[in-house]
Design a protein around this ligand. Structure first.
Ligand code: HEM
Length: 320
């Protein structure tokens, strides 16, 4: 590839990776919506203390970063997407180690506040004990992945990495069951809450990976293969988000109906009802962002890929 073409590729890549204000706005809205959900859930359990609300929210966000991040690491990133399997994936893995370390630390600290609440659950020690066990299992397996981090191929879908991913999803399910059982919830509500939280976790964790891992690493070397691989990863995430939208809305409405029925005056005049309506409004804004965001366009994984195809006109391999 000639000098001018190389420069154009760099420019195309830089434009791609600079264009991510909308994903940051989306992440902020997801965080606000989840804080509203956590406040709602705790209020309904008779807990209003700000410290407890923040601890529970921090716990869910930290868990979401691990669930969504490990999903991106083992499902969306495919080392074989690139010829130079080494550096690009390796730098993303390294960066996720730092992000994941903060998330695991926040989870460990907030868990001290969140988990003891579950001993009061109607399901008793069964659910709360299991939750504590999976919680410990996640922290141990994730810490082990940090100490045993080897080559990209050695880490990708390694038994330890998959065990950490499975533990993170397991903790999410256990937390949903424990939280619902605090209010004596039925099996259908446990299932619906699990889906609501799973959708939230994949969304928030994917958004954090995209903004704090994929984009900064891509900016370091925005070559054609890297931009192309980034586009493929983003497209995989985009497919997940397509399922997240209906899941969050349907499970959210199901929970709202279980709480208040379809009584319009509750949604218009009570604080908790207005919180639910507010969340519906936020999901509409997120949907508009999803449609507008140039990084998530339906016609192509990312706009930069189209630009690069115009520049390169076909097969491109390697950095030269
Ligand atoms: C914008 C995306 C959304 C996110 C990130 C989100 C996240 C959450 C979270 C984290 C919780 C707390 C669960 C817990 O503490 O166990 C929650 C609860 C809840 N969410 Fe959402 N949610 C979203 C959208 C919606 C929508 C659109 C609705 C309804 C139309 C909804 C209705 C509810 C309800 C009713 C609860 C409380 C359930 C209960 O405690 O019985 N959510 N949400």
């Amino acid at each position: 590839m000639g000098q001018s073409q190389h420069e154009s590729v760099e420019t195309g890549g830089t434009e791609l990776f600079d264009r991510y204000t909308l994903p940051k706005v989306a992440l902020t809205i997801i965080l606000v919506a989840s804080l509203a959900g956590t406040t709602l859930t705790l209020r309904l359990s008779g807990v209003g203390a700000v410290a407890v609300v923040l601890a529970k929210w921090g716990y869910l966000v930290a868990l979401g970063v691990l669930v969504g991040g490990l999903c991106w690491k083992h499902l969306f990133v495919r080392p074989q997407d690139l010829d130079d399997t080494g550096s690009y994936c390796e730098r993303m893995y390294d960066r996720f180690e730092s992000v994941g370390l903060y998330a695991a630390g926040a989870l460990a600290l907030s868990g001290v506040v969140v988990l003891p609440r579950y001993w009061r659950s109607t399901a008793g020690p069964a659910v709360s004990g299991l939750t504590a066990l999976v919680f410990a299992g996640l922290l141990v397996t994730f810490a082990a992945t940090l100490f045993r981090s080897g080559s990209v191929d050695g880490q990708f879908r390694s038994p330890l990495g998959l065990a950490a991913f499975g533990s993170a999803v397991g903790l999410l399910v256990a937390t949903a069951a424990a939280e619902v059982s605090l209010r004596g919830g039925a099996v259908d509500i446990v299932a619906v809450r699990t889906l609501h939280l799973l959708a939230f976790a994949l969304w928030v964790g994917g958004a954090v990976w995209n903004i704090f891992v994929a984009v900064p690493v891509g900016q370091e070397s925005p070559t054609v293969p890297v931009v192309r691989a980034a586009g493929q990863q983003l497209e995989r995430f985009r497919w997940v988000v397509r399922f997240v939208f209906p899941t969050v809305v349907v499970t959210g409405l199901y929970q709202a109906h279980a709480l208040f029925g379809w009584n319009a005056s509750i949604y218009l005049h009570s604080t908790l009802g207005r919180v639910i309506v507010g969340k519906l409004g936020l999901i509409v804004v997120l949907f508009v962002i999803f449609k507008l965001c140039p990084m998530w366009r339906a016609c192509s994984p990312i706009e930069g890929v189209c630009d690069l195809e115009e520049l390169g006109g076909g097969e491109v391999s390697g950095d030269d």
